[in-house]
Ligand binder design. Structure first.
Ligand SMILES: [Zn+2]
Length: 117
């Protein structure tokens, strides 16, 4: 389950940022995840729950994710097209020489924190 690794990496980043900012708790983390990452939402949610409990800073922290659909550009004819995880060929000229421009995102968009009184 590679979601554990993804979540632990994200938590490492956000807890470092929150601690530096003097936050007492992280309430919510907003992520943007590309479909090409092949993240299973249920596994992601489970990994999130398990790993957040380990640190008082993230205990009960909410996760919000936004999916990014894959988009590629055709190197042969220059067409930019959206596609799913399995159809990477150019729909215009049929070329397989394409380059992914979106869909591998794993970005922390923002975090919401609480400060001690
Ligand atoms: Zn093409």
């Amino acid at each position: 389950m590679h979601e554990m690794g993804i979540v632990s990496g994200i938590l490492e980043s956000v807890t470092a940022v929150a601690r530096n900012a003097g936050a007492s708790r992280i309430c919510k983390v907003n992520l943007r995840i590309g479909d090409m990452r092949e993240v299973v939402p249920e596994a992601m949610a489970l990994a999130w729950e398990v790993l957040c409990e380990e640190d008082p800073l993230t205990d009960g922290c909410e996760l919000a994710t936004e999916d990014v659909h894959p988009e590629s550009v055709c190197n042969a004819c220059g067409t930019v097209f959206s596609h799913d995880r399995f159809h990477l060929r150019c729909p215009v000229c049929g070329s397989a020489d394409t380059r992914l421009v979106h869909g591998r995102e794993l970005d922390i968009v923002s975090i919401e924190v609480e400060h001690p009184d």
